[in-house]
Design a protein around this ligand. Structure first.
Ligand SMILES: [Zn+2]
Ligand SMILES: [Zn+2]
Length: 190
């Protein structure tokens, strides 16, 4: 095993040809890596960072890459990863900024795109190799889109209905009054 220090940058799309077979390369990425920073910005899409209740979050992604060859996948890449982020997003009911945390662990096996059309891979979501289960992904003629694979794993795990408080009362649908802070004439109808 090599004892190289983890790298802190990786291209969004890597070339398999630039990795030595059976050698593991470790990465410790954060917002200084441009596509990781893009993921953070996407998590905070629509957030006004000038707002007073905004607080700066963070994102970090650890990756471990190993290029392999041999049947049945041919030239393939095994990726183990963990991504975690703390970010601000509007409450879906009242739009108040709320702090969210997300963490995703994933193991992916990127095999040649041409295998996608073969019957044994057609219905497959996971593959078993090196005594472990990996989610099946494809690389395009040796170009592996690492950013897209991490993106999918991250957004699969976020809370799609974030609430600033589980009992948030939301906004009046008639006048927009924040019902957490006061009431309006529309609320006394029943
Ligand atoms: Zn709310
Ligand atoms: Zn109202």
């Amino acid at each position: 095993m090599s004892e190289k220090a983890p790298l802190n940058s990786i291209d969004a799309i890597v070339k398999l040809g630039s990795f030595v077979f059976d050698e593991t390369t470790e990465y410790e990425l954060d917002e200084t890596c441009s596509w990781v920073n893009d993921l953070f910005n996407e998590l905070e899409e629509g957030v006004e960072r000038e707002e007073e209740d905004y607080s700066l979050g963070s994102i970090a992604c650890d990756l471990s890459l190993k290029r392999k060859s041999g049947k049945p996948f041919g030239d393939h890449l095994l990726v183990k990863g963990n991504i975690r982020a703390k970010y601000m997003t509007p409450c879906v009911r009242c739009l108040k900024l709320t702090s969210q945390e997300v963490e995703a662990h994933f193991q992916s096996c990127l095999v040649p795109q041409r295998l996608e059309k073969e019957p044994e891979f057609e219905e497959l979501d996971d593959v078993f190799t090196e005594n472990e289960e990996y989610a099946l992904y494809f690389h395009d003629k040796g170009n592996a889109d690492i950013a897209e694979m991490v993106h999918e794993n991250l957004f699969m795990n976020i809370d799609h209905f974030p609430l600033h408080d589980p009992n948030c009362l939301g906004l009046c649908t008639e006048c927009g009054q924040d019902l957490n802070t006061g009431t309006c004439k529309h609320q006394n109808v029943q």
